[in-house]
Design a protein around this ligand. Structure first.
Ligand code: 1GP
Length: 246
């Protein structure tokens, strides 16, 4: 069976993960189906998930919408165990490492584990770390966000993630925030993780130069969500630039 994680690793340094929020998709399926279709050639895999207003129904519909227009894998990026669906290829099985609430560290994972097992969805062990503003994910996830000017705090989290055996680290600035994860933070994370752990960076990436800089600083892959909703043409340009190696 083709493993999605291996597929990400094959695209190291040029992986593009467009994110669709099911809460928004179900309200305008035509728009999102067109957005997914246009970014499809440059996507490594799609992420489907959101922090609010998303259950199994919305997630399943969004996964199927992507699959109806694009042959790339779909990975659930869950805000809760209600987003585990059998139609997905994989799931970021994640712990929000800087949450102050054990729900996001281990309790949701206990709830979701049996479903992931039953549905045969590939779990990708993911350390989710919020840096800076944090947006809705930071607020909902009750995160003690890492200040962007405190690399030593990020170093502790990133090393702990590596030593705990996570296969993917996702540095999250928060959806739609003004400032994405600073390149120095990305570079530090990459230096500490090496090629053992796949490094994903997302939140606030809304132009080609920010995306390319993230990858040049060491991101193995980038996530784009809001830009695809607000300005799909720019979203596709970002995806193309990263997928084609900056
Ligand atoms: C949010 O990192 C993702 O979880 C994507 O952020 O919506 O700002 O692209 P944007």
């Amino acid at each position: 069976m083709k493993m999605i994680y291996d597929e990400l690793v094959r695209h190291r340094g040029r992986a593009v993960l467009p994110l669709l929020d099911p809460d928004k998709v179900v309200r305008d399926e035509d728009f999102y189906s067109e957005a997914a279709r246009s970014v499809c050639p440059y996507a490594t895999a799609f992420l489907v998930g959101g922090s609010t207003g998303v259950g199994q129904l919305e997630t399943d519909r969004t996964v199927k919408l992507v699959k109806s227009v694009c042959d790339k894998p779909v990975i659930v990026f869950p805000g809760s165990p209600c987003q585990v669906v059998p139609s997905a290829n994989a799931i970021l099985f994640m712990s929000l490492l800087n949450s102050t609430n054990r729900k996001y560290l281990i309790d949701y994972q206990l709830e979701g584990a049996l479903l992931v097992h039953r549905y045969g969805v590939e779990p990708i062990p993911t350390a989710y770390i919020i840096v800076g503003e944090g947006g809705t994910a930071g607020w909902v996830g009750e995160a003690k966000a890492i200040p962007p000017e405190k690399p030593e705090l990020l170093a502790m989290y990133v090393l702990a993630a590596k030593y705990l055996g996570f296969k993917l680290v996702y540095l999250e600035a928060g959806s739609g925030v003004r400032r994405s994860v600073p390149p120095q933070m990305v570079g530090l994370a990459k230096k500490l993780l090496g090629d053992e752990v796949f490094l994903v960076v997302g939140g606030g990436i809304k132009d080609v130069s920010t995306a390319v800089e993230a990858v040049r600083s060491g991101a193995d892959g980038i996530v784009i969500g809001t830009v695809l909703e607000k300005d799909p043409r720019t979203g596709v340009q970002i995806a193309k630039a990263v997928a084609e190696g900056g």
